[in-house]
Design a protein around this ligand. Structure first.
Ligand code: FES
Ligand code: FES
Length: 211
């Protein structure tokens, strides 16, 4: 066989195309990332968005916000870079520190692990909504009273996580607070102050009583 015939032979043997491969990977990644495509039938009929920007509407702190983002944009980056809601911080950007905590449909979530397009139709609560200017939430006030911050980078995430925790468990013990806020990290080590603040906030919200 001559060398000239080799490329032709390779072409006939392979049905592989780069475009087909990339399309396949795109659908598979969608299933893994969002967790909303549960059956093969749904996955096969899933609408493919992007790769350019797509218009979205997010319901944040009770108000609709319209913008457009690439489908790969996280909820955290969308709020910080497109909607000027910067209370949630971007620290690890991989779901380990909790600085980006938001409450989505009543659940405390790392917003750096949620795609903005998947957050459409959900109720999103951020620190801006929990503690509007001039009206600090009981948790925010207790953080100040207990000196529960140093550099402050973790504080917005802790306050939101604590608010979500107290919504579910309004009268916690110290051990429950410790476990309940285990998803948030503080590099300055303010954990004792944070836990005292959450217990004080619970007391205030319960009219002066603790567990
Ligand atoms: S920035 Fe999201 S968990 Fe750290
Ligand atoms: S106060 Fe600095 S990281 Fe928590």
């Amino acid at each position: 066989m001559s060398l000239k015939q080799e490329p032709e032979k390779r072409k006939r043997k392979s049905n592989f195309s780069r475009r087909g491969f990339l399309q396949g990977v795109g659908v598979t990644s969608g299933v893994l990332t969002t967790g909303v495509l549960e059956t093969p039938t749904e996955a096969q009929t899933a609408k493919v968005s992007g790769p350019g920007e797509v218009p979205i509407t997010l319901q944040i702190n009770g108000k609709p916000y319209k913008t457009s983002v690439e489908p790969r944009a996280t909820l955290l980056d969308t709020l910080r870079h497109r909607l000027e809601l910067t209370a949630a911080k971007r620290v690890c950007d991989r779901g380990t520190c909790g600085a980006c905590t938001m409450i989505v449909d009543g659940k405390v979530m790392y917003s750096c692990t949620v795609l903005a397009i998947d957050a459409q139709g959900r109720q999103i609560q951020t620190l801006e909504g929990i503690s509007p200017a001039g009206k600090p939430h009981a948790v925010s006030k207790a953080f100040v009273a207990n000196d529960a911050q140093q550099c402050g980078y973790c504080t917005p995430g802790f306050v939101v996580a604590a608010k979500g925790f107290l919504d579910r468990n309004p009268n916690p013990t110290y051990e429950e607070v410790k476990t309940g806020l285990g998803g948030n990290l503080c590099r300055c080590g303010t954990y004792m102050g944070v836990r005292r603040a959450v217990l004080d906030a619970a007391k205030e919200l319960n009219g002066g009583k603790n567990a």
